[in-house]
Ligand binder design. Structure first.
Ligand code: C2E
Ligand code: MG
Ligand code: MG
Ligand code: MG
Length: 288
């Protein structure tokens, strides 16, 4: 298979801290059957407008629970799915499930929300992603404007011209594009200007140390917010866990947050409950 040839078994050693090789082979065998055994679900984490305090969207995050292996984190099985050539199928399942769920919520009378789905390098390189997305929107009858796709800098640097063309085609469906984990990859500022994107997501690692205002991370978060706004983009901070982080981001005029402070990623039913209960981020009255 393509990925196996390309990266080789040696790449399993990246996981050696967490898992033995034997364990990884077990995971691989189980992963090959994950779809037929129906072991995947999506959890949804709210994205909240920092100024109104309201949920305006969510990110779908893949969860795999295996009867004997237990919970296998996506950081482990997604790269493995890329290697063994399964990412196309997995990615399609995620897109379909998230869009279907989102349309069902709209039918149930929930206010329409934009659901973000993460994409992998392999989906751009080895699958007809544009056609898949077109088909999923058709099958699920979801309007493209309620879908957002999160791409990482590693996707963009693979084959920038091809990726830009694909993103332009995707945007014709009304879809929004965001750059995930921004600041951790290698994207050059020149590309940023040319990419058809709507939002930058400040990586969690920069949000983590905002608590100490002299930290370099706070300076980086501030710079990313300014950069996004001067390019006419929105900016959301991921991994927000504390009030101090929230206050900092608010004072720097960040547009939105996502993180445990507001909610962890939760199963679909629980997410609908959060929306129905109109849970909000406390809005500081002195700044309105
Ligand atoms: P990501 O796209 O950057 O997703 C955000 C990760 O941060 C999620 O981890 C989420 O649970 C976690 N997170 C959110 N808020 C907080 C917080 O306040 N504190 C901390 N410590 N963590 C927080 P998760 O669900 O384990 O996913 C890890 C990564 O796996 C994702 O990073 C994404 O790169 C990948 N992934 C997950 N689902 C999918 C999928 O359906 N497709 C693809 N291609 N990748 C996925
Ligand atoms: Mg993401
Ligand atoms: Mg991220
Ligand atoms: Mg991340």
């Amino acid at each position: 298979m393509y990925y196996a040839k390309e990266t080789g078994r040696d790449s399993y050693c990246i996981y050696s801290d967490e898992m033995s090789l034997h364990n990884m082979l077990e995971v691989e065998t189980a992963l090959r059957r994950v779809l037929e055994r129906d072991e995947l679900t999506l959890h949804y984490q709210p994205k909240v407008d920092i100024h109104t305090g309201e949920i305006y969207g969510m990110e779908a995050l893949l969860r795999w629970f295996h009867p004997t292996l237990g919970f296998v984190p996506p950081d482990v099985f997604i790269p493995l799915a890329e290697e063994i050539g399964m990412i196309g199928k997995l990615g399609e399942w995620v897109l379909h499930t998230a869009c279907e769920q989102n349309r069902r919520w709209q039918e149930q009378g929930l206010p329409p929300l934009r659901c973000a789905v993460n994409l992998s390098v392999g989906q751009f390189q080895y699958t007809n992603l544009v056609e898949t997305v077109r088909q999923v929107l058709l099958d699920t009858q979801l309007d493209g404007r309620w879908l957002e796709l999160e791409v990482t800098e590693s996707i963009i640097i693979q084959d920038t011209e091809k990726v830009i063309d694909m993103l332009l085609e995707l945007k014709e469906f009304g879809i929004e594009i965001s750059i995930d984990d921004f600041g951790t990859g290698y994207s050059s500022l020149r590309y940023l200007q040319r990419l058809p994107i709507d939002t930058l997501k400040i990586d969690r690692s920069f949000v983590k140390d905002i608590d100490s205002p002299e930290a370099d991370e706070a300076a980086i978060a501030r710079a990313v917010i300014l950069l996004a706004h001067s390019l006419g983009l929105r900016v959301i901070a991921e991994g927000v866990e504390t009030e101090v982080q929230l206050d900092f981001l608010r004072s720097e005029n960040c547009d939105a947050i996502q993180g445990y402070l507001f909610s962890r990623p939760v199963p679909a039913e629980q997410f609908a409950e959060l929306v129905r209960s109109q849970k909000r981020l406390p809005v500081r009255l002195d700044v309105i």
